[in-house]
Design a protein around this ligand. Structure first.
Ligand code: CP
Length: 305
């Protein structure tokens, strides 16, 4: 991992993923350090973010490093017509690591090829969000005590949801059974189904899930990604197909947890927030520790706790 960019979750082996999960726990127990003293991390967000950017910046601050960057590319020289290549080459002269989010798929890979420092993909279009996946895996491991042999239900926008795409690829190391629930226009893309078949991972597709929740270990809810639709009418037709309500959670298992990468819109009713299975806000906190672990591994920091 040292010195290597993280663009797709497939850049990491099963052992490397488990190493991040183990290290995330160490950082949860020791969040404050000076491991990044004298280091600079750049956060370049060409698309909005609350959790990913702020948890990365929080991670760096707790480790004694400094952050530079922008939250809106209109305040950078991109506005004057500078290319992504020139922006990345320039910023990589100012920092030790770049964290980048961009609306176009493939931009993080391209940036990693021109940058002088490692690049972490903080989300590229509908493609990948590997650091979200690593914090999701840490959350699953923390709540289930294992990543192996779990029944995982994924609900919502399985077409455009990059967190879904990264998570299902990572989970194939751990013998899951997947249950996909989505509007017919937001089904999981064929390329991911091929990937699952090639890896002998069973999956089922349904149009509803209320009467199946008793089987679930993890329910991974997702928002319909309005920003990926070219036709707003299609968004309106699909946006409220699935809404999780607390009354649907009567027969769930004791270990059952509800995850959501957030932000949510309407797909999880606020009456679910007080249910013991609701885990999406603790999940956001796990993001700080998982990102500390990712930064530490990529920069090859010596950890003595
Ligand atoms: N989960 C996630 O990527 O959230 P943000 O868009 O707020 O970063």
């Amino acid at each position: 991992m040292k010195g290597k960019s993280l663009v797709s979750i497939t850049d990491y082996s099963k052992e490397e993923i488990l190493e991040i999960v183990r290290l995330s726990e160490k950082f949860e127990n020791n969040p404050v350090s000076d491991l990044l003293k004298g280091r600079v991390v750049a956060t370049l967000f060409f698309e909005p973010s609350t959790r990913t950017r702020l948890s990365f910046e929080s991670a760096v601050n707790y480790m004694g490093g400094k952050v530079i960057g922008f939250t809106d590319s209109s305040s950078s020289s991109v506005q004057k017509g500078e290319t992504l290549k020139d922006t990345i080459i320039t910023v990589s002269n100012y920092c030790d690591l770049i964290v980048m989010r961009h609306p176009l798929e493939g931009t993080a890979r391209y940036a990693s090829e021109v940058s002088a420092v490692p690049v972490i993909n903080a989300g590229d279009g509908a493609n990948q969000h590997p650091t979200q996946t690593l914090l999701d895996l840490y959350s699953i491991h923390k709540t289930q005590g294992t990543l192996e042999n779990l029944n995982i239900f994924m609900v919502g926008d399985l077409k455009y949801g990059r967190t879904v795409h990264s998570l299902l690829m990572a989970m194939t190391h751990f013998n899951p059974v997947f249950h996909f629930i989505s509007h017919e226009k937001l089904r999981i893309p064929e390329e991911y189904k091929i990937f699952l078949r090639q890896n002998n991972i069973p999956f089922f597709e349904y149009s509803d899930f209320a009467d199946r929740l008793a089987e679930a270990d993890i329910l991974y809810m997702t928002r319909v990604q309005r920003e990926r639709f070219s036709d707003p009418i299609e968004y309106e037709k699909t946006k409220d197909t699935y809404v999780l309500k607390s009354e649907m959670l009567v027969n769930v298992k004791d270990n059952f947890k509800i995850l959501h990468p957030l932000p949510r819109v309407n797909e999880v009713s606020i009456d679910v927030d007080d249910h013991p299975s609701a885990y999406y806000f603790p999940q956001t906190k796990n993001g700080v520790f998982a990102r500390q672990a990712i930064i530490a591994k990529i920069l090859g920091l010596k950890i003595d706790f």
